[in-house]
Every structure is written in C-alpha cells, then in structure tokens.
Design a protein around this ligand. Structure first.
Ligand SMILES: O=C(O)CCCC[C@@H]1SC[C@@H]2NC(=O)N[C@@H]21
Length: 185
C-alpha cells in the first residue's frame, strides 16, 4: 500500500477518535448513546472510498480493542465489543465500505454539484445508517434480550440525528471533492 494511503487511513482513524471523544448523549430507554461515530464512518467512506474508508474504521476499532480509551465516554477494551453496542461498532467498518462503494457509483458519476451532493447523501444514508443499524440492531436485541421489534423501535430515536450527520458528511465530501478530486481515488 502506498504511504500516502497509510497516512490518509491513519488521519481518518484519528478523526473518528476525535469525533468519538465529543461527549456522548445517554438515552433513558436503551443502553446505546447518541455519538458522532457514524459521522466519522460516513466521512471516511465518502472521502476515501470503500477500502481505505473501511480500513480507517478498522484501525479505530483496533485502537479500542487494545484498550485505548477512544470509544465515546473514554471507554476501550475488548469488552465493548461484547456489550449492547458491539454490533454498531462492527457495523462502522461495513458502513464505511458501503458508503464508499455507493459514493463512487452515485456521486462519482453525477453530472453537476446538486446531483453529486444527492449521490453522497444517498451513499451516507444507506452505508452510514442502514448498514450500521442492520449490524447493530440484531446484536442489541440479542445482548439485551429486548426482542428484535422493540430494538428496531428503540433505535428509531437515532434517525433524525443520523440523517443530519449524513447531510453534513455529504456536504463536506462534495466540497472537498471540488478542491481535491483525487482524494477519493
Ligand atoms: O461506542 C460504542 O460502544 C458504540 C455506540 C454506537 C452508537 C450508535 S451508532 C448508530 C446510532 N447513532 C447514534 O448516534 N448512536 C447509535
């Protein structure tokens, strides 16, 4: 792998750490807080593409797994992966990959700024929300034994915030692409 790619992967892993350290918002009904991790995964996928975006998330998770306090609330260690939010953590890698894959197809081929922005939004919504939830919800349901339907209803509370993050990530990615078109290649 080229050293510039290694640097970009490390930079985006660091960005996800910084976003994670912004204090999480705990919720009364479920043991899953509001965090900015999905914003980091969307940015990594949309701006670096599928492979490097997923690798940035994987590096972030590796730092957490070895015990560094990089998860929201200053948590770290393997135990986090076996708790109620473990599926969301794993989902960040898959989410960044799908975001990047779709971004290349939808935004990369779009003619015009509005179409490109719409392509990024769609990529972030599918990858950064649908895929992350698809990994996180069954895991949450299994670990808490709350049942799948209840878990689906419970995580709906995150949708408005995560949709806002998708808009922010899409806006940033489309602006950066204008000045640095090779970043995503
Ligand atoms: O640090 C962890 O243990 C993972 C937290 C996962 C939070 C999930 S990600 C999708 C959804 N959107 C949020 O803002 N919070 C949850």
């Amino acid at each position: 792998m080229k050293s510039s790619n290694t640097v970009l992967i490390a930079l985006f892993a660091a960005l996800i750490v910084v976003l994670s350290l912004i204090p999480p918002i705990p919720l009364p009904a479920i043991p899953v807080p509001v965090t900015l991790q999905t914003l980091g995964a969307m940015l990594a996928g949309a701006m670096l593409g599928p492979v490097r975006g997923a690798l940035a998330c994987l590096l972030y998770l590796a730092l957490a797994a070895v015990g560094l306090p990089v998860l929201p609330g200053g948590r770290g260690g393997l135990g986090a992966f076996f708790g109620p939010t473990g599926g969301f953590l794993v989902g960040l890698v898959a989410g960044a990959f799908v975001t990047g894959w779709l971004a290349r197809r939808l935004a990369g081929r779009a003619a015009g700024g509005a179409a490109r922005f719409a392509g990024y939004v769609a990529a972030c919504v599918v990858g950064g929300i649908a895929v992350v939830y698809a990994c996180g919800v069954p895991w949450l349901a299994a670990v808490t034994k709350m049942g799948f339907t209840k878990a689906v209803l419970a995580v709906a509370v995150f949708l408005p915030g995560d949709l806002a993050k998708a808009l922010v990530a899409a806006w940033v990615a489309s602006r950066v692409e204008r000045v640095w078109p090779m970043l995503g290649r």
